[in-house]
Design a protein around this ligand. Structure first.
Ligand code: 3PY
Ligand code: MG
Length: 266
């Protein structure tokens, strides 16, 4: 246990990412705490729970964060677009990071920081009882003085406006890094023509985004998608990378088992 924050090293997502470690995350949309626990107990370093396109609501989110904590794994929560109240609640429930989708402007980034950070950086309201319980922190004053450092505000860059403003968004005090949505970015950069997260246009944007994050001394994360693509995005310099998603984990497991059993279906 880390004596100051009461967390295990594995639980310390912010510390590991700031130290330059690569963190590989499972991506979850099936909003079920037991399934979240199974994935958290797998080889991933962390899990992301998706409230934007996934099926998590506040109750299943709270249960899933608790289940992951029992497995010693930190959780990042992607909140719905513009839902800054949920960003604060996710922290209160024990999330180690919040990912805010579709951040286009410095003003939106500031609103995100307001929800995520205690004064003077932001306007987060006090109520971290569950977060303290899960991390083993029993001293309120110590939670107050460490929370802004130990919980991460990651702004999603996935629009043309967000890409154009990425350096300014990263310069906002309290924004700890960016997280790229390559699918939305590909739609935006092709003017609505194509969803192709592997396109050259996206690759050019990724280079700029990683450079901007490194220049600001902040974290670069990305929805990695297919495992083959994950290897490539890591070479761009992203350190917080999700791999696949839960529906694909189940499907791949079923297909592998049917194949191994030599059963022909259909
Ligand atoms: C995107 O690729 O746009 C995402 O938001 C990943 O879920
Ligand atoms: Mg997206």
């Amino acid at each position: 246990m880390n004596a100051t924050a009461g967390r295990t090293t594995a639980f310390d997502l912010a510390g590991r990412l700031r130290a330059g470690a690569t963190v590989q995350a499972g991506w979850m949309g099936i909003g079920d705490p037991i399934f979240a626990e199974i994935v958290a107990r797998s080889g991933f370093d962390a899990i992301v729970l998706d409230m934007q396109h996934g099926m998590f609501g506040p109750a299943s989110l709270a249960g899933s964060i608790g289940a992951a904590a029992g497995a010693g794994k930190p959780v990042a929560v992607r909140v719905p677009v513009g839902d800054m109240a949920m960003a604060s609640r996710a922290l209160d429930m024990g999330a180690a990071a919040v990912i805010a989708p579709m951040i286009d402007t410095v003003e939106q980034a500031r609103a995100f920081v307001d929800a995520m950070k205690f004064a003077p950086l932001g306007r987060r309201s006090w109520g971290p009882g569950r977060a303290m319980m899960l991390s083993g922190e029993s001293v309120a004053q110590r939670y107050l003085t460490t929370a802004n450092r130990d919980t991460l505000a990651l702004a999603m860059i996935e629009t043309r406006e967000g890409l154009d403003a990425v350096e300014d968004i990263l310069a906002v005090p309290g924004i700890d890094g960016v997280f790229v949505g390559p699918n939305d970015l590909s739609i935006a950069l092709s003017g609505g023509d194509r969803v192709d997260p592997h396109s050259t246009l996206v690759d050019l944007a990724l280079t700029r985004i990683v450079e901007a994050a490194k220049g600001a001394g902040k974290i670069a994360g990305i929805f990695g998608g297919a495992p083959e693509r994950v290897k490539i995005v890591r070479q761009f310099g992203f350190t917080f990378v999700s791999i696949g998603h839960d529906t694909a984990y189940v499907k791949a497991g079923i297909e592998a088992m049917i194949a191994a059993a030599g059963v022909t279906t259909g």
